[in-house]
Design a protein around this ligand. Structure first.
Ligand SMILES: [Zn+2]
Ligand SMILES: [Zn+2]
Length: 187
């Protein structure tokens, strides 16, 4: 069975070198749908609590929310960094509070202090799914990710194997010692 969560991110980007209007900086509301698959945990009669899936995904993916996403070779990147630097907001600002945990993978690097994500490839809906799966695959048993942005939608299915030990009272993943990090239940 699957537990499914959905949430939005607002972001700005452009397709550098693309022949079309998307080569100009513009913004979107993008919608993630993340499907997690496992057995049903009998104690709670669910696969995973959807709000916990959302929390886990959001902790990482909020780096993309109200962020500018640019490809690493886009000449706008040094120009933007220059402006942020001169304005004194490159390394953070007291009102930049909703920061995610910084990450660096082969596909993308997040700079939460200036709400910037630098990607290896153009940030299409397909590209977003590759990045998100890479960031979340060790935290969630992801069966499918769908990402929708304007008229563009992409989805990808992934193989899931085995089962994760979950708390019969909370439904969340037990830690390596078999203890629920939320309620202290011990397996
Ligand atoms: Zn776009
Ligand atoms: Zn628990």
């Amino acid at each position: 069975m699957r537990s499914i969560t959905t949430f939005d991110i607002q972001y700005a980007h452009r397709f550098y070198g693309f022949r079309g209007e998307a080569q100009y900086l513009h913004g979107h509301t993008g919608t993630f749908t993340i499907e997690v698959e496992d057995s049903i945990e009998p104690g709670v009669n669910m696969v995973f609590p959807c709000n916990e899936i959302k929390k886990t995904a959001w902790n990482v993916l909020k780096n993309f929310d109200h962020a500018l996403i640019l490809r690493e070779d886009d000449p706008l990147l040094p120009a933007i960094i220059d402006v942020y630097e001169n304005q004194g907001i490159k390394n953070g600002h007291p009102q930049n509070t909703m920061r995610g945990e910084a990450f660096r993978t082969d596909l993308a690097t997040a700079f939460p202090e200036c709400r910037l994500v630098v990607t290896k490839e153009s940030m299409t809906v397909e590209g977003m799914i590759k990045i998100a799966y890479d960031l979340l695959k060790d935290k969630l048993k992801i069966r499918k990710i769908t990402f929708r942005s304007g008229d563009n939608v992409a989805s990808e299915e992934f193989k899931v194997e085995g089962t994760v030990d979950r708390c019969p009272k909370c439904g969340i993943r037990l830690d390596e010692n078999g203890v629920c990090p939320k309620c202290g239940f011990r397996d």
